[in-house]
Design a protein. Sequence first.
Length: 702
Amino acid sequence: MGFWKASRHAVGVGGGGVRDDTGARVELSQLQLEERSSRQPADPLIDQSHPSCMVFGSKQISPFQGLTIVPYDIPKDTRLLDLQNNYITELREHDFKGLNNLYALILRNNMIARVHPRAFLPLERMQKLYFSHNYLTTVPKNLPASLVELRIHDNRIRKVTTDAFAGLHNMNCIEMGGNPLQNSGFEPGAFRDLRLSYLRISEAKLTGVPKDLPYTLHELHLDHNQIQAIELEDLSSYTDLYRLGLGFNRIRNIEAGSLYYLPNLRELHLDNNRLNKVPVGLPEMKYLQVVYLHSNNISKVDVNDFCPRGFGMKKTFYNGISLFSNPIKYWEVQPATFRCVSSRHAIQFGRSTQGTLTRSEPDPTRLHPTAIKFWRGLDSPCTLSLLVVFQLAFVLYFSLGGFHGLASFLALSAQQEFDYSRAHDVYTNLSRLEELSKYFYAEYLSALFVNPRPPPKVGPVSVRLASPRSMDEIWKRNPLVSPGGHYQPPNCESRHLTAIIIPYRDRLSHLRSLLYHLHPFLQRQQLHYRIYVVHQALKDEEWDCLFLHDVDLLPENDHNTYTCNSQYPTHMSVAMDKFRYKLPYSQYFGGVSALTPDQYLRMNGFPNRYWGWGGEDDDIAARFDLLMKTRSSWRSDGLNTLTYTLLSKQLERLYTNLSVNIGDDPVRKAPLPPAKPPGKNVDVASANAVRQAHHESTNKTS
């Protein structure tokens, strides 16, 4: 994992008193109330949890309001409109007139059966539409071309026409399960224009895998249908698929070779079907980590059903194989069957009514006769000699080039490997984060969701420096970033508060590239952060982590977590493409460094004797000279000798911009150039951030 050098508003009318759009009280019959209470599903719209977050406690959702039509007086600058849990039966032509800035529309749990063909035309910027649990019979027409996420599950849709999703080139996620859809209900070419990553058609009436789904899919969920078999060509177009859900169907047979077309699959759900054997082809799936096969009719597991015959052929170990509730006699399964599993606890046998049994819990009263002979043979006088001979042969084999296989065989858990030839776009999976108002919508999310999953990291990300995006484009791609480059997860309390400090001077193209790349990168890690150009970081928040970040360095893998180690400073950019992913010299600490405020103060900051532009680019020799003097000068050269003048501070849309005068180069005696507008000429030293904030904090305390 390395580095590459180079105002919102929310309106909610889904709770409160029971009144219609005129303000008059609406009397609800007992039948309506019972129907409404029976239509309150747990609807997991978006994953909201993350290992680095603490989810807010659940709160009671206020009573539904009883609206029968869309209100007239919605503010024109509304970005989130919440109309869920009402009695709206129709969307009229002018219901959303003037709402050009609307980002998300929530209509779930109403009684909408009719949608005017022109109802959504004004919503030219809408990206999220939640339309579940209504009475729709067809996909609404003329959906906005800007739409990214569409959830129309649990309606009455029986047919998807050829033009249902026409022009929706930005669509990334569609949830349409819980509709009475059959295979014949999809007209040819219905998904032709889509580039989806996520598609769910669960709890429908499918008898086979639908044809001509988008080839770009990463997740396909067809659980709870009536699928009876998987044929050879059913999955041949989905080579990028990561997760496939086929649980709770009636599958008896998976044709040999069907899984060959899924080389990148990570997770396979085939539980609660009618399989009588392990599907053919699992050992050839190099990246497969999780397989659900429980609650089938599998009675036998062969030694090569899961793992390849040779070492090093599988890139990742299995993290989970579920085989419980099958007629398998687990004591008859050979231990070598699971030689490519990360841990013995990852294998689940037994009956679901009595818990699960693992390979580490054999039943001694029911051992196979062959196993009994094996254990008795260990007591033989020849056993020691055989073990010595075997060990010598073992060492000889691996001394001739098999050490990599030995490490893979003995490791209890394999370190994840990344394929950098298949880098992802830096904005991948960002739509799975809940980009909605924390103030209004977090209460709804925390009360609604059960068993949330984190927004997945994607590993290697592509780096594009050829044509940096404009600040306006970057701002539009990051709607949750507040002025000053500040971001806080909308649905959880982050455990880490990180300040990114970027020294900067006349490198606007580098700054734009970094901001375009870094904002989605950090949001996927669910950090509470702010980007500074370049100091006074500790004054705005009680930041517990400081990142000193060169403007021309971009992270290549989102497993590079922007958090600090409380014990010691951390050098993050230890592998850069410029240096062929190696350190140029052992003392190098530049590029991207992570320190806590206490560590920065205790080490007295960085030296002030070094003057120059892009030291890691042109002045490595000067840095060597400086390092030779550091041992004797660090106590007298750093924060305690730094002086500067803060010229200006501006909260830009994507970062906090500060202009600083730190004086003249004592060697060159060159005068400072005339001041330019912020962002054009900023001469900075990242050390003054901590010093100024610490000084002001001390004054306030005293």
